[in-house]
Design a protein around this ligand. Structure first.
Ligand SMILES: CC(C)(COP(=O)(O)OP(=O)(O)OC[C@H]1O[C@@H](n2cnc3c(N)ncnc32)[C@H](O)[C@@H]1OP(=O)(O)O)[C@@H](O)C(=O)NCCC(=O)NCCS
Length: 338
């Protein structure tokens, strides 16, 4: 499956796909098949062109074996420009329950985030339990607003919204990544060992000696990882003084033949917390990952650390796995990059 943004050349197939959606699932949409089927071809070209680029309107198409099988779009609300409206979500019945709807939702939300929206809203019809579950799993919540479905006023649709947590970012915030010098790198590794030791003592009830030995050997294993793995240790610098305000460790490694970037650790020094540096550091990590030609970036976040989880979400990461103590999150750098 491949998800990509629409192009003007897709107009004809886009029209066919959209009309198939309206014919197959009329009660899922506010527009009717009749009204859209009668629109002249140039309105589809305009729709595709306006959605193909820029931060105000989008349409994503999903392809399987070269065939278009799903779509979802969004646009910026005229009366509330900080808010995007997710529309037109449809997956061909033959391809349902294989994660395409989820991937499209995540892609549209990532686009909205990069387009500097505060939140994304949508309408879902009363008995459309599958779609509702999909959206709620992706982080949407009901606002309590509802109205009759315009194309079939006998049905009620409900408004759902997802906040993008943009407030966790600095308004004009960014950090630069400066490669760490050897001495700082040693200090960073010692900090990691101490921090993880304290966590292992708390969470697993281990003694100091036992916890620190285990943590130290796990960190050494990571550092002496197999050939093809490289480590990127950075100082996070920000502000006019370019002072170091934290550290970041990223690991570039191979998995199943593909290169994956992992954010192994981010620390923001205590005096600089609470101003969005961690989110800015994750943004910088994403750009760095893109710049070295890697398309997937991942991280693990302790379940107990809800701030770190919200920051990861606010940067577009989505959960892929969870254990008792950690959530693994991932971002497809290409899908998000629009
Ligand atoms: C809703 C729709 C877009 C879902 O697409 P999809 O590709 O099948 O969704 P996914 O495979 O990504 O499903 C993701 C999760 O959503 C939930 N979900 C999706 N369809 C579901 C269904 N029919 N019943 C229950 N849960 C469902 C599940 O939690 C699912 O995870 P799981 O498969 O691991 O259990 C698709 O069914 C569709 O096109 N429906 C008709 C049009 C429509 O209703 N559009 C939404 C308008 S608001």
């Amino acid at each position: 499956m491949n998800i990509r943004r629409i192009r003007v050349e897709d107009s004809k197939e886009f029209r066919e796909l959209r009309l198939r959606a309206l014919a197959a699932d009329p009660d899922a949409f506010a527009s009717s098949y009749e009204s859209e089927a009668s629109r002249p071809m140039d309105t589809w070209e305009t729709w595709a062109a306006l959605s193909s680029d820029g931060p105000d309107q989008t349409m994503y198409l999903a392809e399987v074996d070269g065939e278009l099988v799903a779509l979802a779009g969004a646009f910026r609300l005229e009366d509330n420009p900080r808010r995007m409206h997710l529309i037109s979500m449809w997956v061909d019945p033959a391809h349902r329950r294989s994660g395409i709807g989820r991937a499209l939702t995540n892609t549209v939300v990532a686009w909205a985030r990069q387009s500097d929206a505060d939140d994304v809203m949508l309408w879902v019809v009363d008995d459309n339990d599958g779609a509702r579950r999909l959206y709620e799993d992706a982080g949407f919540v009901a606002t309590g607003n509802s109205m009759p479905l315009p194309s079939n006023p006998g049905l009620i649709e409900h408004e759902l919204v997802q906040s993008l947590n943009q407030h966790l970012r600095m308004p004009d915030g960014y950090v630069d990544l400066e490669p760490l010098k050897a001495g700082e790198r040693r200090a960073f590794i010692e900090w990691i060992v101490a921090d993880r030791t304290a966590r292992a003592m708390d969470a697993e009830g281990r003694s100091l000696v036992d916890a620190s030995q285990r943590v130290r050997s796990r960190v050494s294993e990571l550092i002496d990882a197999p050939p093809g793995t490289s480590h990127h240790f950075f100082a996070l610098t920000a502000g006019m003084d370019r002072e170091t305000r934290g550290w970041m460790w990223m690991i570039d490694r191979r998995r199943d033949g593909a290169r994956i970037m992992r954010i192994e650790e981010i620390v923001v020094f205590e005096d600089f917390r609470g101003v969005g540096l961690a989110a800015a550091a994750v943004d910088a990590a994403i750009l760095h990952t893109e710049s070295v030609g890697i398309t997937t970036i991942e991280a693990s976040v302790p379940i107990a650390n809800s701030t770190a989880r919200r920051i990861a979400e606010s940067c577009g990461f989505v959960e892929i796995e969870r254990s008792e103590s950690e959530v693994s999150v991932q971002l497809d750098v290409i899908a998000g990059a629009h």
